[in-house]
Design a protein around this ligand. Structure first.
Ligand SMILES: Nc1ncnc2c1ncn2[C@@H]1O[C@H](COP(=O)(O)OP(=O)(O)OP(=O)(O)O)[C@@H](O)[C@H]1O
Ligand SMILES: [Mg+2]
Length: 223
């Protein structure tokens, strides 16, 4: 099993009140899967993606990815895991406004030991893959929402991550741009990457090979 979640629970304490986001969520997927994570607002989709991506730790339970047990990692090791193994795409592109598209996509490569020319070639390559190479020298503010999101996908894969986590990646896009992004994510999956897409949009989820349904933090029985 490539990714395994075992009895993941997560609760947040807010002003003495406990908010339960996930309750004993367990599932496993093989490498190369295209998984849809479905659920209403507040169901726990982002929380689950964040735990898989090492942005948050579960309250109990554990995740293993390619045999690596995330609970056992120190904060530094978890940071390295996020940098090397995972790519994130969020609802908003979150590009740095003062850097060009090229520079934004270069950012994850800065700590990587690699000749500069190789890094630049790699950035150009993923920009082409995301069909945004022609905007490399532009600032994010000069791009449409769909173009910004394509740049964000390029940034997410520039480090060649094993697993790509997309949290409502089309939530702010019109239909054409959404289709564009989904096509891109499906293509990245077809190249062998594991992709998980959280969404409450049926059209998005229709593309995924398998699906998990979350309701109030619990996994529904498989469809
Ligand atoms: N940092 C936090 N502190 C307190 N509560 C939180 C925190 N993060 C998430 N929650 C709560 O956990 C539950 C699950 O939230 P989550 O963001 O995972 O849902 P979601 O399925 O991604 O929803 P949406 O579709 O609106 O993005 C919600 O009730 C939310 O309020
Ligand atoms: Mg969310």
């Amino acid at each position: 099993m490539y990714l395994e979640a075992v009895d993941i629970s997560k609760s947040f304490d807010r002003d003495g009140e406990t908010v339960t986001a996930l309750v004993e969520v367990s599932f496993g997927i093989e490498a190369g899967e295209l998984l849809g994570l479905q659920g209403a607002s507040g169901a726990g989709k982002s929380t689950l993606l964040n735990i898989i991506g090492g942005l948050e730790r579960p309250t109990s339970g554990y995740v293993t990815l390619a045999g690596l047990r995330l609970n056992d990692l120190s904060d530094n090791e978890l940071a390295r895991y996020r940098r090397n193994t995972v790519g994130f795409v969020f609802q908003s592109a979150h590009l740095l406004p003062s850097l060009t598209v090229f520079e934004n996509v270069m950012l994850p490569l800065i700590p990587v030991q690699m000749p500069e020319a190789e890094k630049e070639a790699r950035v150009q390559e993923v920009l082409e893959t995301a069909n945004i190479g022609h905007r490399a020298s532009h600032l994010p503010g000069e791009l449409s929402g769909g173009e910004q999101q394509r740049a964000a996908v390029a940034r997410a894969v520039v480090n060649d991550p094993d697993i790509l986590l997309a949290d409502e990646p089309t939530g702010e896009l019109d239909r054409d741009n959404a289709d564009n992004i989904l096509e891109l994510l499906v293509g990245l999956n077809q190249q062998g990457r594991t992709v998980i897409i959280a969404s409450h949009d049926d059209r998005t989820l229709a593309l995924t090979r398998s699906r998990l349904v979350l309701g109030a933090g619990r996994l529904a029985p498989h469809e």
